[in-house]
Design a protein around this ligand. Structure first.
Ligand code: GLC
Length: 421
């Protein structure tokens, strides 16, 4: 273990470009939003101040309307596409025009719980509270214009689960005209059978074009975007983060923020239950353009446990689904139901396991009274790293490493969780 701990710390240091960490060199050479937050948990195991720098550097790119972008292009790099010119957000530093799962508040609360340097931690947490609150407010206003208790995403990249089968039907409705020729860079780093397909990329780029032409003005985008889905995963993580932010607001005596958060929490708790699919016994995302639940059961649903938002009867059924999935593969949690004909053990979010998901879902399993499942996810995570190394994601059928190597958030999850007693 000591060797792997050391290797994991070396990956964080090696991917540190000065106050922020890139997910992996080459494939992802900038700062990514939820990567950095989760990576702060890894930094905190050996350098608490550096953990806070990771979050501060991300929040330094926050937009005036409160959005925290999904990529911050601190320094140019030719190894990634689409870069700042394609996004055309006109920000300094340049950023993408969309966001990602808001796990920052959850991480900050965790950093406070595990702090050894309490004075440093309290001061730094207190200083970013208003920024976190502004980000959550942005979600609840601009991405839930009707106040339904469900936020919409306007690009699959916002969910962090880029090519999940959850988006297939909504993606099929996105046009591709005017996208033109482009050169993908991801395929220079990773085998094509482990990455999204060209048909997906054409649509990803059409959505970016739409946002750019709309000037990335938050107000209209939710309604005008060619793709708008209330993703079960991001909504669950937002609810969990709202709870954590409310606890922080109470702790630091910000009654106004705590009050607003209590309202959003109540609204989301009700809204999320509308995503229950009784036939399948799970939660599914909702396509806001058709009003229908999507036709795939993905791992995002288990984040409802992490959100502590599953009533008792539904909880038993959701856990039964997880039991079934984990009986079907030696390594969990697969990102798509292994019984789904679209299950593809190597293709990114259409089958593979991700340590960050395992970490978040294991927390939910403990809450749900299934410590055995939490232990299984931790043991599987540990076994995949021991067998294959610190890969971006893993094949659930044999634990082989896939995607990018020396991956920062996998190393961070090892240090903060999977590799520890
Ligand atoms: C991919 C993943 C996303 C992650 C990013 C950087 O886009 O789907 O979740 O944040 O890579 O690692």
């Amino acid at each position: 273990m000591a060797d792997l701990d050391q290797a994991a710390r070396a990956i964080l240091r090696g991917n540190d470009l000065g106050g922020y960490t890139v997910p992996t060199a080459g494939l992802y050479p900038f700062q990514w939003n939820w990567d950095s937050c989760l990576v702060a948990l890894g930094w905190a195991t050996f350098d608490e101040a550096r953990a806070w720098d990771e979050i501060d550097s991300l929040l330094s790119a926050q937009w005036d309307d409160g959005m925290v972008p999904h990529i911050v292009f601190h320094k140019p790099s030719p190894t990634y596409f689409p870069g700042p010119d394609v996004w055309g957000t006109g920000r300094t530093p340049p950023t993408s025009g969309i966001t990602q799962p808001p796990v920052a508040a959850t991480v900050v609360r965790r950093l406070l719980e595990t702090a050894t340097d309490t004075a440093l931690t309290e001061a730094r947490a207190r200083s970013i509270l208003p920024k976190l609150f502004a980000w959550h407010r942005w979600f609840h206003t601009h991405r839930d214009p009707q106040g339904e208790g469900l936020v919409g995403i306007i690009h699959p990249w916002e969910t962090g689960r880029d090519n999940a089968a959850d988006w297939d039907a909504a993606m099929a409705a996105v046009p591709t005209d005017g996208v033109g020729d482009y050169q993908r860079r991801d395929l220079q780093h990773v085998d094509a059978d482990q990455r999204p397909k060209k048909a997906d990329y054409d649509r990803y780029l059409y959505m970016v074009k739409h946002g750019r032409e709309a000037g990335w003005v938050a107000d209209g985008l939710h309604d005008s975007a060619p793709f708008c889905v209330a993703d079960i995963g991001i909504n669950a993580l937002l609810l969990r983060a709202d709870r954590d932010l409310a606890a922080l607001a109470e702790r630091f005596g910000d009654g106004a923020a705590a009050g607003a958060l209590a309202g959003w929490i109540a609204r989301s708790e009700a809204g999320l239950q509308r995503l229950w699919h009784d036939g399948e016994g799970t939660y599914r995302s909702l396509d806001r353009r058709t009003g229908a639940l999507v036709d795939a059961s993905g791992s995002g649903a288990f984040l409802m446990l992490t959100a502590r938002a599953v009533p008792d009867d539904r909880r038993q059924r959701l856990l039964a689904m997880m039991d079934r999935w984990l009986a079907a593969v030696p390594y969990g949690v697969p990102s798509l139901d292994p019984a789904d004909p679209r299950f593809d053990a190597k293709r990114y979010w259409r089958g593979p396991c991700w340590l960050i998901m395992n970490y978040l879902i294991a927390d939910g399993c403990t809450w749900a009274g299934r410590p055995d499942l939490a232990a299984r996810l931790k043991a599987d995570s540990r076994a995949m790293v021991e067998k294959s190394g610190f890969w971006e994601y893993f094949d659930p059928t044999d634990g082989a490493g896939l995607g990018g190597d020396s991956f920062t958030w996998t190393a961070a999850m090892w240090l903060a969780w999977a590799g520890q007693a």
